[in-house]
Design a protein around this ligand. Structure first.
Ligand code: SAM
Length: 280
C-alpha cells in the first residue's frame, strides 16, 4: 500500500455553516495540513468547528515553491485538505494547478463533495436541469457580455453563471437586449443564508424585481438562463406527425387532431396547431 499522502478537495459551506458535512469535519480535523485560499477567512470557519489543524495559504498565483512544498509533504506521507473561502474548491476558485501537479506526480486526489453555489442554485430554480453549462463569471464589460449571451442564444443547455452585485442590473439589461425579456431565467441570491431569494421566471421578471427593490441586487448571486423552448411541433413523434399529415387533407382540422390525439396520446391542442401549420 502506498505511503504517499492524499490531497483531499473539501467543500465548505456557502452560507449556512450546518452544511459542512460530517465527513468534511472529520477530515479537516484529521489531516496534517489545510491549504486554504485565504487563511484568515478560513480561520473563522475552522475556529467555529474547533478545528486546529495547521493552515497554509494556497492560491493559483502561489509560486512554484508552494506547489512543490505541498507535493513534498504529500510524498512524505502527509495528508492535506484543500479548501476555498466557500463552496467547492476549483469551481471558480483556486486549486486547478495543484490538483493537476499532484495527479501528474501519480498521487491520490480525493474529492469530499458538498456545497457549491451553481448546483444549489440550479436544483431549486425550476429551470431545465437535464443539461446545463456552467461558465463561471459572466464578462465584466458590456460588449463582451452581449457577445457572451449571443454565443449562448441557441444553446440547448441551461446557462449557469456567477454574477456580481455591481453588474447585475447592467447584465440583465444586456441579456434582454440579446435574448429578449421573455427568455426563461432565474436569479438565485444569498443561497443558504437568511435572505435567500429566487427571482424569475423570465429575464423581464428579474429586471422588474431589481428595479422595484435595490436590495435584490445585493449579495452573492447565480444567474441561470434556460434554453430557448423548442417549437412545439417538434415534440410530435414521427408517427403522429405522419398520421396527422394524412388525415388533415381528408377530415376537418379539429376532427383530424382529435383522432390522432386518441391514437398517439399527444394533446389535441398541440395537434390542432400543427394541423393548421400543415394546412397553411
Ligand atoms: N467555489 C464556489 C462554489 O463552489 O460555490 C464559488 C466561488 S466563486 C469565487 C464565488 C461566487 O459564487 C459568488 O460571487 C457568487 O456568484 C457565487 N456564490 C457563492 N456563494 C453564494 C451564495 N451563497 N448564494 C449565491 N451565490 C453564491
Amino acid at each position: 500500500m502506498s505511503k504517499d499522502g492524499v490531497l483531499y478537495i473539501v467543500a465548505t459551506p456557502i452560507g449556512n455553516l450546518d452544511d459542512l458535512s460530517v465527513r468534511a469535519l472529520a477530515l479537516l480535523k484529521q489531516v496534517d495540513m489545510i491549504a486554504a485560499e485565504d487563511t484568515r477567512h478560513s480561520k473563522r470557519l475552522l475556529t467555529h468547528f474547533g478545528i486546529d489543524t495547521r493552515l497554509t495559504a494556497y492560491h493559483d498565483y502561489s509560486g512554484e515553491r508552494q506547489v512543490q512544498h505541498l507535493l513534498d509533504l504529500l510524498m512524505q506521507g502527509q495528508n492535506i485538505a484543500l479548501i476555498s473561502d466557500a463552496g467547492t474548491p476549483l469551481i471558480s476558485d483556486p486549486g486547478y494547478r495543484l490538483v493537476r501537479r499532484v495527479r501528474e506526480a501519480g498521487l491520490n486526489v480525493v474529492p469530499v463533495p458538498g456545497p457549491s453555489a451553481p448546483l444549489a442554485a440550479l436544483c431549486a430554480s425550476g429551470l431545465p436541469t437535464d443539461s446545463f453549462a456552467f461558465v463561471g463569471f459572466s464578462p465584466a464589460k458590456s460588449a463582451a457580455r452581449k457577445q457572451f449571451f449571443s454565443l449562448h442564444a441557441a444553446s440547448e443547455h441551461t446557462l449557469v453563471c456567477f454574477e456580481s452585485p455591481h453588474r447585475i442590473v447592467a447584465s440583465i439589461d444586456d441579456a434582454i437586449e440579446v435574448l429578449g425579456a421573455k427568455r426563461q431565467a432565474v436569479l438565485a441570491r444569498e443561497l443558504t443564508k437568511t435572505f435567500e431569494t429566487f427571482i424569475g421566471f423570465s429575464l423581464g421578471d428579474i429586471q422588474q424585481a431589481l428595479a422595484d427593490d435595490a436590495n435584490q441586487s445585493r449579495g452573492e448571486m447565480v444567474l441561470m438562463i434556460a434554453p430557448e423552448p423548442k417549437p412545439e411541433s417538434s415534440q410530435l413523434d414521427a408517427e403522429a406527425e405522419r398520421l396527422l399529415g394524412l388525415l388533415v387533407n381528408e377530415l376537418p382540422t379539429k376532427k383530424a387532431a382529435a383522432l390522432v390525439s386518441e391514437f398517439s396520446g399527444v394533446s389535441k391542442k398541440l395537434l390542432y396547431q400543427r394541423a393548421l401549420e400543415l394546412k397553411a
